[in-house]
Design a protein around this ligand. Sequence first.
Ligand SMILES: Cc1cc2nc3c(=O)[nH]c(=O)nc-3n(C[C@H](O)[C@H](O)[C@H](O)COP(=O)(O)O)c2cc1C
Length: 153
Amino acid sequence: MNVLVLYGTESGNAETVADDIVDEFSDQVDIRAIDMTDAGLEDLALETLCMVVCSTHGEGGLPSSAVPFAELLDAERPELAGMNYAMFGLGDSTYEDTYSQGSEHIDKRLTALGATRIGTYGRHDAGDGSLPNEEALTWAQEVLEEINLKAVA
Ligand SMILES: Cc1cc2nc3c(=O)[nH]c(=O)nc-3n(C[C@H](O)[C@H](O)[C@H](O)COP(=O)(O)O)c2cc1C
């Protein structure tokens, strides 16, 4: 199985999450991580599963590294039917009105273009001072189990 971990980050947390997911699961699946800034539409077409890890910045906005990817999707409007993706949002609930909304911008775009979100919508809340990595590994494990079940069904 090919897995692409696509991360959007402002200050690096989503990148360390993506790297940890690759390290944890590279003995089970063909997995790589790329910054959304570097992602092209050909990357989406090739993958069995796209794990999106994206933080929130500004007031519920995208982190800077996710902006080019969002603009690419808006400009090209690729047909993504058949693409499976999973979402993990990084945020801070002390931003009450905009908690975790950065990831939701990407989620809405992928769904609108026909992609299918699988698994639970993972979220990490930095409001308690914790790091997202452990939670994200648990989330990724569950997502991989779900897609394996889909493959068997
Ligand atoms: C200036 C600034 C603005 C932020 N705005 C939001 C926000 O509107 N909503 C939210 O849920 N989190 C917000 N956060 C929290 C980040 O999403 C959180 O710290 C995340 O772990 C950062 O991940 P990154 O290093 O991958 O960008 C903000 C953080 C900073 C520093």
